[in-house]
Design a protein around this ligand. Structure first.
Ligand code: FAD
Length: 309
């Protein structure tokens, strides 16, 4: 019978949050396994911005540099693969990977990110992260002053349009059908020279992901440089739900200030448990999770030596 290898901590998801957690744990001499399926949510964006020391580098470069630093710690190992199930037959969590490997860990960190549900519109997927944008702090500077659209409606569309007016005054709100803005909101947008277009969107003409025109179902089109959109997201891994983790109303794993979930021994970090979608935020949360898990382990080990005395 093959022996299952034991780890202090198994980190599921080895992108920014997972690697950052591994660094704290490697520096705390912990035996750590990172399992990663290689699907970070920013993979299509050519340049990542707003993360100190790595501003403008590609997402893959940042992750690869991070991995190189983390793998210098001898107690950290990395497996490429997807975790499909986790069970807890005893004090350890058994982590099953797609390739039928089983590893056991005293504690777990889920750093599994989220998946964007891309609307079924021609060109949207190709432009996502290139000229269809999720966040102005990440990409707004590069499109400052350019003709920019907001894909939204109602209260959230109004708020997003107001917000993006910081980066450009050449703005159009595309409601993709009848506007659900209040009269007051529509009046305020018009006062700021922001057009509201209610036509239904067919898709986007683009060159290598750079939008050229937004195309409407009535076969008209107009030129555009960038579009902000907020697609729905879902968790990339169902395993935290299967293990009984609580979720917020926004579908994120609920964590406390130390990144701890409601399930003993399970932490979460990064996009899967935060609305602040940025590399810096994921790195920070991963670091906190790693440090706090180590503290929990130190406490347990120290007190176990004292027995019941
Ligand atoms: C298009 C786009 C552009 C962006 N641009 C920027 C930017 O310029 N600057 C910035 O700061 N932020 C940017 N972001 C946000 C940033 O990408 C995220 O905040 C960041 O990737 C979150 O890191 P994470 O580690 O939590 O998750 P992710 O980076 O999404 O990584 C999750 C990892 O977990 C793995 N995983 C999931 N499930 C499993 C499983 N069951 N088993 C094993 N592995 C699993 C995945 O394969 C993946 O590698 C952008 C986001 C998008 C969508």
């Amino acid at each position: 019978m093959t022996q299952i290898e034991h780890f202090d901590v198994i980190i599921i998801g080895g992108s920014y949050a997972g690697l950052s957690a591994a660094m704290s744990l490697g520096r705390a001499l912990r035996k750590v396994l990172i399992v990663d399926s290689g699907n970070p949510s920013n993979k299509q964006t050519p340049q990542s911005h707003n993360f100190l020391t790595r501003d403008g580098e590609s997402p893959a470069e940042i992750a690869s540099k991070g991995k190189e630093e983390v793998m210098k710690y001898p107690s950290v190992s990395f497996q490429k693969g997807r975790v499909t199930a986790v069970t807890k037959p005893d004090d350890y969590y058994n982590v099953q990977t797609e390739a039928n490997g089983v590893f056991s860990g005293r504690k777990l960190i889920f750093a599994t990110g989220v998946l964007d549900i891309i609307p079924d519109m021609a060109g949207f997927a190709e432009c996502w992260g290139v000229s269809i944008l999720h966040c102005p702090y990440c990409h707004g500077f590069e499109f400052k002053g350019e003709k920019t659209g907001i894909f939204g409606n109602g209260e959230s569309g109004y708020e997003q349009t107001k917000f993006i007016s910081n980066w450009t005054s050449d703005l159009v709100l595309y409601t993709n059908g009848e506007s659900t803005l209040s009269k007051k909101q529509a009046k305020r947008l018009k006062k700021n020279n922001i057009e509201i277009v209610e036509k239904e969107i067919q898709g986007f003409e683009h060159e290598n992901g750079q939008i050229k025109n937004i195309v409407f179902k009535d076969e008209t089109k107009e030129p555009l440089k960038a579009l902000y959109a907020s697609p729905e997201v879902k968790q990339q891994s169902e395993v935290p739900k299967e293990l009984g983790c609580d979720f917020t109303d926004h579908g994120r794993i609920e964590v406390d200030l130390f990144q701890k979930t409601n399930v003993p021994g399970i932490y979460a970090a990064g996009d899967n448990s935060s609305m602040g979608r940025a590399v810096s935020v994921a790195v920070s949360a991963g670091s906190v999770a790693g440090m706090m898990i180590n503290k929990e382990l130190v406490g347990e080990e120290f007190e176990a030596k004292n027995g019941k005395s």
